[in-house]
Design a protein around this ligand. Sequence first.
Ligand code: SAH
Length: 257
Amino acid sequence: MNDENKSIHEFEMNLICEYFSSIERQGPGSKEVTVKALSFIDNLTNKSKIADIGCGTGGQTMVLAQNTKAKITAIDLFPFFIDLLNEKAQKLNFQNRVKGNVGSMENLPFREEEFDVIWSEGAIYNIGFERGINEWRKFLKKGGFIAVTEASWFTETRPAEIDTFWNEAYPEIDTIANKVAQMQKAGYVPIASFILPENCWIENFYTQQIEAQKVFLEKYAGNKTAENFVAYQRHEAQLYYKYKEFYGYVFYVGKKV
Ligand code: SAH
C-alpha cells in the first residue's frame, strides 16, 4: 500500500470503528445466546482462563464474566474498542479478572495450552474459520473448548443474489454440516451447533444501527466514504430481511481432543 492509500485506509478504519463503537455489539449476538453456548462448557472454576478473540467493545465479554468465575483475556485490533471494554469491566467491578488488550488474532501473544476456553463471536471470519480453529487450537489445554459464531448457509442451495453477495463478502461461508466437519478435522469433538435467533440480527444489530446511521450521516455530511459505508450497511440489512431463511450466524462449540 502506498502512503496515500494507507492514510485513506486508516481514515476508513477510524470511521468504521467510530460507527460500531456507538452500538452495544459489533456483530449479531445476544446475552441469551452467549449464555446458551456457555451451557455446553463444564468444569469452569476461578482458576480457568478464557480468551475472547475479536472482542470488540466487550458485549459478550461482560456476559462471560457475569456467568463464570474465570479470568478473561480479551483481544481486539482496535485500541478504541479495548478502551471501552476496559471501562465497562471497571464499571462492573470485573477489572481484577477481565483484561482487554490490543492485539491481532493472526499473531496472538498466548502460550501453548494456556486457555480452558477460546471464545470468538462474529470475528473469526477476519482470519477465516478454518484457519482460525486450526491456528488457535494450540493455545487450548487438552479437553478445552472453542466456541465461535460464524456466518453459515442453512440450505444446500439459495437465490443467486444472496449467494453472490456473501461469496464476495466472505467466500468461506458454508453449510452447517461442512463447518462441523471442518471442526472435527481440526481436532475437536463437535459438542454443539445452533442457529442464532433472528433477534440477534434484527433487534440487537440492524435496529441499533438505524439511529447510529442518522447521527453518523449528519456528522459526516458530504463525506463519500461515510455515505458509501452506511449505504453498504443498509444494503446488507435489507438482504438479511429478504433472505434470512437461507443464512445466519451459527454458534459452533468444540472440545479439543
Ligand atoms: N465480538 C464482538 C465484536 C465482533 S465484530 C461482538 O460480537 O460484538 C469483529 C471484531 O473483530 C471487531 O471488533 C474488529 O475490530 C475485530 N478484528 C478484526 N480483525 C481483527 C484481527 N486481525 N485481530 C483481532 N481483532 C480483529
